[in-house]
Design a protein around this ligand. Structure first.
Ligand code: SAJ
Length: 449
């Protein structure tokens, strides 16, 4: 093992290495806090001065559902193991740099938008030194380390990625709602630009990750991360297409799904009102953006179109329910229950409800939104919000919606239409309450249930 690798591994094993984390978002902040909690001195850098100031006070900007993270941030900031800056000059002198910035895709072209990544790498490059371990955790299209990261770092530092730096792509695997737990318990793929770089990264991550550290090359690591989420998106799209087929023939997808999943090796996912969040809607596009030599993907874009179409399907079910009562959208009031992208979460990134609300509003409906977790929509009981409405659409499976009083709901509605996008309403109970229930994926009328 070359001396510079031996040296950094020794400093990492001794807990003496100084670490800089560039980007303190949903991924970078838990990483910085966990490494500080493991005993390292960590300099966290974020260009958002308000966010940096909040963290420097020992407060977590990630509010709901992450209590252990908030406690850890308070402790490591108080112990001065996590120090916060807004200037990338704070990188100077570090042994390790972890870059964790947002890598969105363009909403129309679906091409990667690397503006943040470029800016972060260009700001960091002048502060790099030979022997430094540089890790990109951001999710990136296959080939990005080769085509973007290496050129920007080498031109900005005058150092060689292969000979002077220890360059790694270690894609994040966090899940909102359990950020720290998953950081510690999920295996990681460590893509080394060189084998020595991977060795050094293993010495770092084994201090905070108590799961497998799978060493490979950068390109493979880029593909693994984007593929694991594209795979999930395709699985969900299959469930959604099956739901639409069942509706069209008068069957119940939930019964079909249960029986299919009794078959060995089958795992039909959950049909639903849409696919939101920061990872699943974006990563499939990053995967296919990396394909070369004219290979055109078909399955992955089709799956995206199916999943993006689910909020519109909810709008069509609402229209169907209103028409059964002689109404159309333009003169109706619709109550949308759930604005987060995930049940029992306040995270509304790429929320399917946002797409539905925009569509209903454009069609002339008056829309009311309720979500017990999302600021701005959490006010008041749901049965007050729906009073006088013509339809209620359940978009998110928050536990608060699992036990709605259907009789009271019926009494309070002007038109008794209930559209269930997350299989939380019992169809027989809804019929007994006198509601017109349209349940995504269930083409049966109540008396056939
Ligand atoms: N969804 C469905 N049907 C399903 C599963 C999900 O409609 O069967 C919808 C959800 O309602 C949500 C969206 O898809 O709107 C995404 O849900 P998700 O459970 O995939 O949650 P995410 O977006 O937090 O995904 C993350 C991913 N983790 C990383 O990228 C590191 C994903 O790879 C994980 O599988 C997922 O967490 C998880 O399992 O918690």
């Amino acid at each position: 093992m070359p001396d510079h690798v031996r040296n950094i591994v020794r400093r990492l094993d001794a807990g003496e290495a100084h670490i800089a984390v560039l980007g303190l978002g949903y991924v970078g902040l838990p990483v910085a806090a966990a490494l500080a909690g493991a005993g390292y001195v960590v300099r966290g850098i974020d260009v958002r001065a308000d966010r940096a100031a909040m963290i420097a006070r020992g407060e977590s900007p990630i509010q709901s559902g992450e209590p252990d993270l908030a406690d850890l941030i308070a402790a490591v900031v108080a112990a001065r193991r996590l120090q916060v800056a807004i200037d990338s000059a704070a990188i100077a002198g570090a042994d390790v740099l972890i870059v964790v910035v947002d890598t969105p895709v363009h909403p129309d072209t679906h091409q990667p938008d690397y503006a943040n990544l470029h800016a972060a790498l260009a700001a960091a490059a002048p502060h790099l030194k030979a022997g430094m371990l540089v890790i990109v955790e951001s999710t990136i299209a296959p080939g990005t380390m080769q085509s973007v990261v290496v050129p920007v770092l080498e031109s900005g530092s005058g150092l060689s990625a292969a000979h002077d730096l220890l360059l790694v792509h270690c894609p994040e695997r966090i899940m909102p709602g359990k950020l720290l737990a998953n950081l510690r318990s999920c295996s990681r793929v460590i893509g080394g630009w060189t084998p020595d770089a991977a060795r050094a990264a293993v010495a770092l991550y084994r201090r905070i990750v108590h799961a497998d550290l799978d060493v490979t090359d950068c390109l493979t690591a880029e593909i693994v991360k984007t593929a694991e989420n594209a795979y999930r998106d395709v699985q969900i799209a299959f469930a959604n297409e099956l739901a639409l087929i069942c509706e069209s023939v008068g069957a119940d997808v939930w019964t079909v799904r249960d029986l299919v999943n009794h078959s060995p090796g089958r795992q039909v996912h959950l049909p639903g009102a849409g696919v939101g969040g920061h990872c699943i809607p974006k990563d499939p596009w990053l995967l296919i953006a990396g394909s070369r030599n004219g290979h055109a993907a078909h399955l992955i874009p089709t799956a995206r179109a199916i999943n993006e179409g689910m909020p519109m399907h909810m709008a069509s079910l609402i229209r169907q329910g209103l028409h059964l009562h002689g109404r159309d959208l333009a003169q109706s009031t619709i109550a949308v229950l759930g604005y987060a992208y995930l049940e029992n979460s306040d995270d509304d990134r790429n929320s399917p409800s946002a797409a539905l609300v925009a569509h209903l509003t454009a069609a002339g409906a008056e829309v009311r939104i309720h979500d017990p977790y999302v600021a701005g929509y959490a006010g008041g009981p749901v049965l007050d919000l729906i009073a006088g409405a013509d339809a209620v659409a359940i978009m998110v499976g928050h536990h608060q919606y699992n036990s709605l009083n259907l009789c009271t709901l019926k009494q309070r509605l002007r038109t008794p239409v209930l559209v269930d996008g997350r299989h939380v309403v019992d169809d027989v109970a809804a019929a007994e309450a006198g509601l017109t229930l349209l349940s995504l994926g269930n083409g049966r009328t109540p008396w056939e249930s």
